[in-house]
Design a protein around this ligand. Structure first.
Ligand code: UT7
Length: 332
């Protein structure tokens, strides 16, 4: 019998309506549209407004849309993983809230925290449950409400991040499509350069931590940039080499959308043209776990069965990795 693989059989994305422009940021911090565009490639990012609106709002919209467009009944889903660094609450898992909101009652669900590589970690984990034959319909959500942990007085971070996300459906197939291979990495020493100082068990919230603005993203941009640009390109090239894939074999690169310069460097190292790279950073900024599904969602109608796609990401942790997959269906 042919090997069982995990096919990505559906994708749906969602972003909130409100658009935060570079022009608006110019009024909030000492920055310019020119600087932001030149250094990051970002023009706008979407922000989830309103009281008590957490990441589950994004995840719920994405999953509801996914179930509807794939004709999947909520009770058929047997597992749901939500990749996020901005859970609604420290517990319970945002995955459980999304499942509840969507009427998914026969699944076990949990969150995965691997920052900007979260979606890759979640896809790889989900694929193992499918490949083992124990699970048949798995939903993988990547969603973040980064505006909830961004300091809008810090010009070095507030220009980068946005809110949004998307959800994939994974199903078993014995055809030659689906998740073919992956390479995943972690290096915990990266914590120094990118983290949130307070709010966890090491430094629970106090008046002092709030006054010191320690509940926001802390990033040493240049240091992270150096790690990201090298490792994301290396791991994308590594998965090609490992599987004997040349630039001509690759239909699409789906890169994490952190910085246009990192995306360009990765494509250059892989030897592929810019036309083969999914890029929407200019409209959404860095939505952390949301960037990869938002790209695939927007490019879905251009994808054909058998297309070789490389997903690559680098993020806080440090975490990084790449997935080689063969797309499972033609445009509908
Ligand atoms: O997704 C998770 C992983 N994260 C990443 O991959 C992010 C990686 N890092 C980056 O993308 C870039 O480092 C940033 C976009 C965050 C910053 O770009 P950079 O080219 O590394 O700038 P820099 O930090 O070296 O700063 C250059 C200058 C500094 O001024 P001085 O010291 O040269 O006078 C900054 O203070 O630009 C200044 N600067 C700004 N100027 C205008 C920093 N932020 C801004 C700003 N507007 N928003």
């Amino acid at each position: 019998m042919n090997k069982i693989r995990a096919a990505l059989s559906g994708i749906h994305g969602w972003v909130p309506e409100y658009k935060l422009t570079n022009q608006e940021l110019e009024k909030m911090v000492d920055t310019t549209d020119e600087w932001i565009l030149a250094r990051t490639g970002i023009k706008t990012r979407h922000i989830l407004k309103g009281k008590e609106q957490g990441t589950s709002v994004i995840g719920t919209e994405a999953v509801k849309g996914l179930l509807e467009k794939t004709g999947t009944k909520p009770e058929e889903v047997d597992m749901l993983i939500c990749a996020t660094v901005t859970p609604d609450m420290l517990f319970p898992a945002t995955a459980n809230i999304i499942s509840h909101n969507c009427g998914i009652t026969n699944a076990f669900s949990f969150d995965m925290n691997a920052a900007c590589s979260g979606l890759l970690y979640a896809l790889v984990t989900a694929s193992k449950f499918i490949e083992s034959g124990t699970h048949k319909k798995v939903v993988v959500v990547g969603a973040d409400k980064m505006s909830s942990i961004v300091d809008y007085t810090d010009r070095t971070t507030c220009i980068i991040f946005g809110d949004g996300g998307g959800a994939f459906l994974l199903e078993p197939t014995t055809e030659d499509v689906g998740i073919m291979d992956s390479i995943m990495h972690t290096n915990g020493s990266g914590m120094t350069h990118l983290h949130q100082k307070a709010g966890g068990s090491r430094k629970p919230p106090t008046h002092e931590t709030i006054d010191a603005r320690e509940h926001y993203v802390y990033q040493e941009g240049q240091a992270v940039f150096k790690f990201a640009v090298t490792n994301m390109a290396d791991v994308a090239v590594a998965i090609m080499k490992k599987n004997g894939l040349g630039p001509d074999d690759i239909s699409w690169l789906v890169p994490h959308q952190a910085n246009m310069r990192i995306i360009d460097a990765t494509a250059r190292r892989m030897g592929i043209a810019k036309e083969q790279v999914m890029i929407n950073i200019e409209r959404y900024g860095n939505t952390t776990s949301g960037t990869l599904p938002l790209c695939v969602w927007e490019w879905e109608n251009k994808l054909h069965k058998g297309d070789n796609i490389v997903l690559a990401a680098f993020g806080g942790g440090f975490t990084w990795g790449s997935i080689w997959l063969k797309w499972a269906y033609d445009p509908k």
